[in-house]
Ligand binder design. Structure first.
Ligand code: DGT
Ligand code: CA
Length: 570
C-alpha cells in the first residue's frame, strides 16, 4: 500500500511551497490531500489502476496525476524540482521542533541562513531577535531544539540499533570457526538509546572473523582494523565495534564488554576484597592462576554473586541484591499475554482490525485491545460516534472468527487542556479498556499538566494513562509533571500507568517505572502499534521493564483476560 508514501510526498511539497512563499490555497490543497490519503481505508493504488482517483474527496486532475506518478514511479518530478530550488539546509531546518516553513523562510530571506549550523550561530549571536515574531523565548526554543537534534544524532534508538546489529550478528555467526556471538554494551543492557553497537565473538581464528567483519556489505568506512578488535561505520552511520576472543575467555570478555562501566568497577572491587583479580580474561587468584572465565555465570558464582541479568547491570543496587540472593525474578517477553494499546486503520493505524488480530494471534496473545483515537484528535482521524459504531460492528464480526484471541473494544481518548475526557460517559462505558492520553498543550505549567492527568485518573471510565510523560525520541522531552502526585492518585484510583514500548517513546522510562513499582502503581506494557509489525515492539517495553526491576506480577497484561478485566475495574 503506497498511501503513506503519497501523503508524505504531498506534505513535503506543501512544506517546500511554503518556504518558497507559494499560493496558500495550493499549499492547503496538498496538506488536505495528504490528510485524506493517509486516513483513506482503501489502497489508492487500486483507485489509480481503475482511473478512479478523482473519486477521492479533494483530489482534482492535477493531484490525481501526481498520485499516479508516485504510485507508478515511487517519485514525483515536481517534488524533486522544488527540492532543487530550496537549499537542503533550509529544508533540514524544518527538523527543528520549533521551526516551521514560515520561520525557515524568514531566516533564509532575511539573514540568508541555509543550515542548522548557521541558524545556531545566528541564534547564539542574537541575530534572530528583532525579526518579525521572533522573541527571546523563540530563540531559546530553537537552540534547545537544535541541541536535542544533535544529541539524537549522537545516539541511536533501540529500533535502529537492533536493525543494524541483527544482520551483522547473523553474518558473524555464519563464519566458520565462530563458536559464540553476542551483542554487548548498552544494547545488550537494553538501554533506551545507544552510542555504538558492541559485538563480541569467540573464535580460535580471530583474524578470519575480523577480516570478514570489515568486508561486510554494510560497511561504509573502516574506522579501525586489528586482529582482535575492529570498528566500522555502517552505511546508516552507525558505529559497530567487534571484539574477537578465544572461546575459553568468552564469558569474561562478555561480562566486561557488556558493562556498564560502573557495574564492572564494583565487580573489580569485590574481587579485590576476596584477594582476587578480575579482567576481561577471567578471574585470577593471587598466584595469577585463572579460576574461571568460560561463562558469566561461572564468574558471578566465583565472586559470591547470583547471576545478574544484563538489564540490571547499572550499579543500581543489583550487586547487593545478588550477594543477598534477593534479585528480582524479572519479567520475560513470554509472560506477556496481550497488548492494550494498538491502532487500526479506523484512526491512524495502517492495518485492518483483522490484520492486527492475525498478528496478535501469531504472537501467542490471548487478547488485544484496539484503541483508536477519540473524536477530538482530528489529525489522527479520531472516531466520531458514527464511525465508532461502524468499528464496533466490524470488531464483533472479526471476533467471531477467532477462538483463542479476544479482541477488546477500546479507545485512546484525549485528555483536554483541563483534564476532561473525550466522549460522554454513556459512550465511555461501552469500551472494554479506555487508555487516556495527552497529545496537546505540552507547554502548560507543571501544575496544570499534573491536574489534567490526575483528573483523568479520577475519571471512573479511564483504565490506563498512556505514555505518561509525553517524551518522543529524539526531539520532544518529557513534559513537566509531578509524577509523585500522579503515582499516588493512580494507586488510589486503581488507574494503571503505561510503559509505552514504542522505541521512540519508552515512557515511563526505566527509572520512573521502578519508582512507580515502589509506589505500588499498577503497570501495563503496551506497544501503541500503528501497524501489525509494530506489535513486536513489545520486546523493547519488556527490556525497559527488566531494567526497572519489574517482575511478572507487577505488570497487568501478564494476566489472563478474565483476571485482567477484574483488576482494571474501578
Ligand atoms: P554507550 O555505548 O554509550 O551506549 O554505552 P556502553 O555501556 O556500551 O559503553 P561503551 O561502548 O563505551 O563500552 C562498552 C563496554 O565496555 C561498557 O559497557 C563497559 C566496558 N568499558 C568501557 N570502558 C570501561 C572502563 O573504563 N572500565 C571498565 N571496567 N569497563 C569499561
Ligand atoms: Ca556501546
Amino acid at each position: 500500500m503506497k498511501n503513506q508514501l503519497v501523503a508524505d510526498i504531498f506534505r513535503g511539497i506543501a512544506e517546500l511551497l511554503e518556504i518558497k512563499g507559494d499560493n496558500p490555497f495550493r499549499i492547503r490543497a496538498y496538506l488536505r490531500a495528504a490528510d485524506t490519503i493517509e486516513a483513506f481505508k482503501d489502497d489508492v493504488e487500486d483507485y489509480s489502476t481503475g482511473g478512479r482517483l478523482q473519486d477521492i474527496p479533494g483530489i482534482g486532475s492535477d493531484l490525481a496525476g501526481k498520485i499516479k506518478e508516485i504510485i507508478d514511479t515511487g517519485k514525483c518530478a515536481h517534488y524533486d524540482e522544488l527540492k532543487k530550488a530550496v537549499p537542503v539546509g533550509v529544508v533540514a531546518m524544518l527538523d527543528i521542533p520549533s521551526v516551521g516553513p514560515k520561520t525557515a523562510k524568514l531566516f533564509f530571506d532575511e539573514l540568508h541562513i541555509k543550515s542548522q549550523d548557521e541558524l545556531k550561530e545566528a541564534a547564539q549571536a542574537g541575530r534572530l531577535l528583532g525579526l518579525p515574531g521572533i522573541k527571546q523565548k523563540t530563540v531559546d526554543n530553537i537552540l534547545k531544539g537544535i541541541e536535542l537534534l544533535q544529541k539524537g544524532k549522537e545516539r541511536m534508538d533501540l529500533l535502529a540499533a537492533t536493525a543494524v546489529a541483527g544482520p551483522i550478528i547473523s553474518a558473524i555467526e555464519g563464519i566458520k570457526g565462530v563458536s559464540a556471538v553476542s551483542v554487548a554494551g548498552s544494547l545488550r543492557r537494553m538501554k533506551e538509546s545507544v552510542r555504538d553497537i558492541d559485538i563480541l565473538a569467540a573464535s580460535k581464528d580471530p583474524k578470519k572473523v575480523s577480516d570478514s567483519f570489515v568486508g561486510l556489505p554494510q560497511v561504509k568506512r573502516v574506522l579501525a582494523e586489528g586482529e582482535t578488535k575492529s570498528s566500522i561505520l555502517t552505511k546508516d552511520d552507525a558505529q559497530v565495534d567487534l571484539r574477537v576472543v578465544e572461546p575459553a575467555s568468552y564469558g569474561a570478555a562478555l561480562l566486561y564488554s557488556t558493562g556498564s562501566k560502573n557495574h564492572n568497577i564494583r565487580l573489580r572491587s569485590i574481587a579485590i576484597k576476596k584477594g582476587l583479580k578480575i579482567n576481561e580474561y577471567g578471574v585470577f587468584d593471587k598466584h595469577g592462576r585463572r579460576l574461571v572465565s568460560k561463562t558469566e555465570e561461572d564468574i558471578y558464582r566465583c565472586l559470591g554473586l547470583d547471576f545478574i541479568a544484563p538489564e540490571l547491570r547499572e550499579d543500581a543496587g543489583e550487586i547487593e541484591a545478588a550477594a543477598a540472593h534477593r534479585l528480582p525474578e524479572l519479567i520475560e517477553l513470554g509472560d506477556i499475554r496481550g497488548d492494550l494499546h494498538a491502532h487500526t486503520n479506523y484512526s491512524d493505524g495502517k492495518a485492518t482490525i483483522e490484520a492486527m488480530a492475525q498478528e496478535a494471534l501469531r504472537l501467542g496473545y490471548g487478547y488485544i485491545c484496539l484503541t483508536d483515537h477519540s473524536e477530538s484528535l482530528k489529525v489522527a482521524n479520531g472516531l466520531d460516534l458514527a464511525r465508532l459504531k461502524e468499528k464496533r460492528r466490524e470488531l464483533d464480526r472479526v471476533n467471531k472468527k477467532f477462538k483463542d484471541l479476544k479482541l477488546l473494544f477500546g479507545s485512546e481518548v484525549e485528555i483536554d487542556s483541563e483534564g476532561n475526557i473525550d466522549y460522554k460517559d454513556s459512550i465511555l462505558a461501552g469500551f472494554d479498556v479506555v487508555v487516556a492520553a495527552i497529545h496537546s498543550g505540552f507547554k502548560q505549567s507543571k501544575r496544570q499538566l499534573t491536574k489534567r492527568v490526575i483528573r483523568a485518573c479520577k475519571n471512573k471510565f479511564v483504565h490506563v494513562i498512556a505514555h505518561p510523560t509525553g517524551k518522543l525520541w529524539p526531539t520532544r522531552e518529557a513534559y513537566d509533571i509531578d509524577l509523585k502526585e500522579v503515582f499516588k492518585v493512580a494507586r488510589e484510583t486503581n488507574t494503571a500507568l503505561e510503559i509505552n514500548a514504542h522505541p521512540y517513546r519508552l515512557d515511563l522510562s526505566d527509572a520512573l517505572s521502578r519508582q512507580a513499582k515502589d509506589n505500588l502503581v499498577n503497570l501495563v506494557i503496551n506497544t501503541d502499534s500503528h501497524a501489525a509489525a509494530h506489535l513486536s515492539y513489545m520486546k523493547f517495553g519488556v527490556g525497559l521493564a527488566r531494567r526497572a526491576w519489574l517482575e511478572k506480577g507487577d505488570v497487568l497484561n501478564t494476566l489472563k483476560l478474565a483476571q485482567l478485566l477484574k483488576r482494571i475495574k474501578k
